[in-house]
Design a protein around this ligand. Structure first.
Ligand code: ADP
Ligand code: MG
Length: 386
């Protein structure tokens, strides 16, 4: 397989579109029944060479979005362009896109080699060229010794590698993957995540990847688009999505979060250039970051990651401190997870790294906990202003 290195790809990229965008969705809508929209006014630019993941709950419109990009579904409104060309009505086989799905979809009656050769044969590639490219693609996924077997003689993970080889063998610049690892067990899934990432780096292709697994999305992607109910709630780099969720939905969907509902007392601009809100929650006052100034009386949810809550509450760094009672303590080996009840009656999940000298943490015990304002965020409550 002729493998362009990343800088060569980038060079091609610049020739193709000056803005660096590979795929552009512009106000795309989709309705299957003419009444409900499962994709609503979607505008999204996929950068060339990036690994973009569409992450969201089941039914949020991820597969529909991918099917429209692949050409298997037509948008009800809006346009999709690839390399600056409007392809909204171009059939799938003329889009030059590689695809991998959850159920492998290998042809059961064909050998592994013939499966991988299929896209090349369909493109009328010369015979000797096919042989060479198939072995290279099999080599790439470390499956060269399996060329003459049938799909049924391979494990799930091996079949998925073949599906990858088949998607990449004709050197597409764009590869779509819809929950490709969904059928694999945890260990194999994590292994394949690493392999797919390495392939992406090595080939410099643009990948649009769909998953409902937040860990997978964070681990694999350059950027993640959070889908909710046919719309993108937030798009950004994994750390940005995790550290700075813009909405309650994103904060709940990505990672573990504590949510404390409250009312803004006051809001001020801090010396570090961000905004802080003082929020009353069940008789306690907590301070949290906020993206923009909030007027007093605004109903908010204060979100706080379990790993940002500390049991070293005497530490002077913590603007927020509260007494709690340990309701439950669960040992996970590398960490201990506590459920701590604060005076408002709410429970806060706390993740404590299992460092030496941790000591005992038993339910019933009183435990002061604390956290920094910058480690919590006040987001508009789902119900809005109140
Ligand atoms: P996701 O991949 O995020 O789970 P989908 O794009 O598959 O979401 O589905 C979004 C919505 O569209 C769901 O309500 C689903 O039932 C509906 N849907 C998906 N495909 C079809 C179809 N071919 N015909 C009718 N409704 C569909
Ligand atoms: Mg789906």
């Amino acid at each position: 397989m002729k493998m362009l290195n990343v800088s060569q790809r980038r060079h091609h990229a610049n020739e193709k579109s000056a803005d660096g965008n590979h795929v552009v969705f512009s106000q795309v809508e989709k309705s299957y029944d003419g009444a409900t929209h499962v994709v609503k006014s979607l505008s999204l630019a996929v950068r060339r060479g990036e690994f973009l993941t569409l992450l969201g709950p089941s039914g949020s419109g991820k597969t529909t979005t991918l099917m429209m990009l692949a050409g298997f579904e037509a948008p009800t409104a809006g346009t999709i362009s690839i390399d600056g060309v409007n392809l909204t009505t171009t059939p799938p086989h003329k889009r030059g896109i590689g695809m991998v799905f959850q159920n492998y979809a290998l042809f059961p009656h064909m050998s592994i080699a013939d499966n991988v050769a299929f896209p090349l044969a369909a493109r009328k590639t010369p015979r000797n060229e096919i042989g060479r490219r198939v072995s290279q693609a099999l080599e790439m996924v470390k499956m060269r010794n399996f060329a003459s077997r049938r799909p049924a003689q391979l494990s799930g993970g091996q079949q998925q590698r073949i599906a990858l080889a088949r998607a990449l063998v004709f050197e597409p610049a764009l590869v779509l993957m819809d929950e490709p690892l969904g059928a694999l067990d945890k260990q194999l899934r994590e292994h394949m995540q690493t392999e797919i990432r390495h392939l992406h780096k090595m080939l410099g292709v643009t990948v649009v990847y769909v998953t409902h697994d937040q860990d997978e999305a964070l681990a694999m992607s350059d950027r993640v688009a959070i889908f909710n109910n046919g719309m993108i709630e937030q798009i950004g780099e994994p750390a940005e999505i995790y550290e700075s969720p813009n909405t309650e939905f994103v904060s709940r969907f990505v990672g573990d979060n504590n949510l404390l509902d409250g009312v803004v007392d006051e809001c001020y601009a801090s010396s570090s250039g961000d905004y802080r809100a003082k929020v009353t929650h069940g008789g306690c006052q907590f301070e949290a970051l906020t993206a923009k100034p909030l007027v007093s009386g605004t109903r908010v949810s204060v979100v706080l990651r379990p790993e940002r809550v500390s049991i070293a509450a005497h530490d002077t760094d913590f603007e927020n401190r509260v007494n709690s009672e340990i309701i439950e303590s669960t040992y996970f080996g590398d960490h201990v997870r506590l459920t701590c009840r604060i005076p408002s009656g709410n429970d806060i999940a706390v993740k404590v790294a299992n460092t030496s000298g941790l000591g005992s943490l038993r339910s019933g015990q009183t435990l002061p906990i604390g956290w920094r304002s910058v480690d919590s965020r006040a987001l508009l409550a789902a119900g809005g202003q109140g």
